[in-house]
Design a protein around this ligand. Structure first.
Ligand code: HEM
Length: 312
């Protein structure tokens, strides 16, 4: 069957190669996966994860563009952008609207965590400290050190599980950012309310924190997060998993061998497999993702330019 289908043969070959670097026990278990499973893809995220990530992208890009337009309002670029947005005042309104979407996304995620816990009849302990936790663990520290060794050709690539240490870092960067940027942003939005119990000078402090933390967050997302996710040699030029919700099985075996082996050992892999999306859906997703990447890189260039030649 594989001989007649070169694409499938190469996928199977890829899967075999990826499995060959796994432990012998895992190789034996992988061999037990039915051939038809290789054709299907591994569903890594659910629909809500995808929707929330898309809302995060749209709100973050809108906040960054409008926020930087306000911050660098004295540069020619910002004046051009503000005209496109309908003026500086309108940029401020769009900024607030996008902030509401971001808060909504964040709250929906927290509610979803709670509902997932209830649905799975899990305790907080197993949700927060179980094997698939997003909290940093000792295993992450070990994998971080092993990855540094691997970079230096001093050891093998770690056998990552469901979440790698850098994915956890990116996830918590958003938590931290929302608390700091969100809290200071609300202070700027409702200064009269907040100065009822905070000194007036706090508004100046909040402006500096909001503005500089925003710059840090923007720089981080569009360099470190983009590099970790899309520009690594295995993923270049783009990883569409969060948009398609799926990844190829060979990719799962190579990138997250520990998760793959656990699913195979528990006999749960089959229930995570689905047919790939039709090409038109994948092309549409790629167009959206390319657009977001291009805007993100454009913002990085703008920040570097503004910092070098226009920062006051
Ligand atoms: C999520 C909640 C957020 C809220 C509630 C919020 C709110 C605000 C408000 C009210 C202002 C003043 C706007 C004006 O003068 O009309 C502002 C300014 C600004 N915001 Fe936000 N914002 C948020 C998130 C962000 C994010 C994520 C970024 C960047 C990625 C950002 C970047 C900026 C920048 C650069 C300014 C200009 C500060 C300055 O004048 O130096 N904001 N924000």
């Amino acid at each position: 069957m594989q001989d007649g289908n070169p694409e499938l043969s190469s996928l199977v070959q890829h899967a075999r190669e990826a499995t060959a670097i796994a432990a012998p026990a895992a190789v034996a278990r992988a061999a037990a996966v039915p051939a038809v499973a290789v054709e299907r893809e591994f569903v890594r995220f659910n629909r809500l994860h995808r929707t929330l990530h898309a809302c995060m992208i749209v709100s973050f890009l809108s906040l960054a563009i409008t926020g930087l337009t306000l911050k660098f309002s004295y540069t020619g670029w910002a004046v051009v952008l503000s005209r496109l947005l309908g003026g500086f005042q309108t940029a401020g309104y769009i900024h607030r609207f996008a902030a509401v979407i971001m808060f909504g996304t964040f709250i929906t995620h927290l509610v979803d965590l709670y509902r997932t816990k209830k649905r799975n009849k899990q305790s907080w302990r197993s949700l927060l400290f179980g094997p698939n936790t997003l909290l940093p663990t000792r295993q992450d520290l070990r994998e971080f050190l092993a990855t540094m060794k691997w970079f230096l050709h001093l050891g093998p690539r770690p056998r990552y599980g469901r979440w790698t240490y850098w994915e956890k870092f990116d996830y918590f960067a958003v938590f931290w950012g929302i608390f700091i940027i969100g809290a200071t942003g609300l202070t700027l939005w409702f200064p009269v309310f907040f100065t009822r119990f905070l000194p007036g000078s706090f508004i100046n402090v909040a402006t500096i924190i909001h503005s500089d933390e925003a710059l840090l967050a923007t720089g981080f997302i569009f360099t470190v997060h983009f590099f970790n996710t899309h520009l690594r040699p295995e993923k270049f030029p783009m990883d569409t998993t969060i948009f398609t919700r799926r990844m190829q099985l060979a990719e799962l075996q190579r990138d997250k061998p520990r998760e793959y082996e656990t699913l195979v050992a528990r006999g749960e892999l089959e229930q995570h497999l689905a047919q790939p999306h039709p090409p038109i859906v994948v092309r549409t997703i790629r167009a959206f993702a390319w657009g977001a990447l291009a805007v993100g890189f454009g913002i990085v260039v703008w920040i570097i330019y503004a910092m070098l030649f226009a920062y006051r």
